[in-house]
Ligand binder design. Structure first.
Ligand code: 13P
Ligand code: SF4
Length: 306
């Protein structure tokens, strides 16, 4: 039986010996954060992916994130921490659906949330993440934009960038859309002095009542820098725990007990151990054509997102 600390020490030793860089999404558990070389939101992870210099990059998160690393660092061996960790939203639209939309709306540019498959990115013009979306959409040349697949994020972005003509579709994150206005009412009643910080994947009626709307790291930065002492957190509940480590003197309450992403939760510290030992995870392999075409979409995000 290993202790958490012993397993972490074994991971740190192996990642050095085997030249592995560990990237972890903010929703990963705290024991994984502690062995990662970089922890962040999807945009931060994309920036790291483009400049990672180890032979192998281990992505602790979900499949579209590992695919993004592979597209931006094609020469690297990229491993997804758990083969079954997918994002249900990334499967909501496929190439024929988007091709049909493009035919129906000629002249529109297609902006895809990064939570999409590599294959889908091949028929889109630009990617966005929750933290880069407003800037990317504002900086795009096209005024007419099809925003896929997250209708909640899209509506929030459209409100910030009214000069663009944005068409939305009915997709979204099953974890975040579960958060209800009733839960928000109850949380506010229970913690009347707390600020409400939510992810833009939440329903519009939730975002409209928040003190801050932003990405996972945006929420963390806001809470850490704020002078307030209590916060209601409307995103995956791991962020509540990470914030408690970051600011033990402040209080953090989950907006909903059900805001749990089971895909993000699949990866354990033992999975990370097996991945750095070379016996776990799944190596991401993408067809050259997919890699090349999808890259344009991500390069455009980095160009417009600055
Ligand atoms: P961030 O880009 O804010 O990290 O969001 C990714 C995600 O999947 C949120 O559900
Ligand atoms: Fe996908 Fe939602 Fe999980 Fe994020 S929280 S990875 S959008 S299912």
């Amino acid at each position: 039986m290993y202790t958490t600390r012993e397993l972490q020490d074994a991971i740190l030793k192996l990642k050095k010996e085997n030249d592995v860089c560990i990237l972890a999404h903010a929703y990963q558990s705290h024991d994984i954060w502690e062995v990662a070389d970089y922890v962040g939101d999807s945009y931060g992870l994309s920036l790291q992916a483009a400049k990672a210099d180890a032979k192998t990059v281990l992505m602790c998160g979900v499949r579209f994130m590992a695919e993004t690393v592979k597209i931006l660092s094609p020469e690297k061996r990229v491993v997804l921490s758990h083969p079954d960790a997918g994002c249900p939203m990334a499967e909501q639209m496929d190439v024929p659906m988007v091709t049909q939309l493009k035919e129906k709306f000629p002249g529109y540019a297609v902006a895809a949330y990064v939570n999409t498959t590599a294959e889908l990115k091949t028929v889109c013009d630009v990617c966005v993440t929750s933290s880069s979306a407003v800037k990317v959409i504002r900086n795009m040349e096209s005024r007419d934009i099809l925003f896929i697949p997250d209708g909640q994020l899209g509506k929030w972005v459209a409100e910030q960038v009214p000069e663009k003509n944005i068409r939305l579709f009915h997709g979204g994150c099953p974890t975040h859309v579960r958060v209800s206005a009733q839960e928000l009412k109850r949380a506010k009643a229970d913690h009347p002095g707390a600020l409400v910080l939510v992810h833009p994947e939440c329903l519009p009626e939730i975002s409209a009542q928040a003190d801050y709307v932003g990405s996972t790291t945006g929420i963390m930065d806001y809470a850490e820098k704020s002078g307030a002492a209590e916060f209601i957190i409307g995103t995956e509940n791991s962020i509540v725990q990470h914030l408690q480590y970051a600011c033990p003197e402040k209080k953090f309450f989950p907006l909903s007990k059900d805001c749990v992403c089971h895909n993000m939760k699949l990866t354990t510290l033992a999975d990370v151990y097996r991945c750095v030992a070379g016996t776990g995870g799944e190596e991401i392999v993408l067809a050259d054509e997919v890699q090349k075409k999808a890259r344009r979409c991500l390069d455009n995000m980095l160009k417009y997102g600055g």
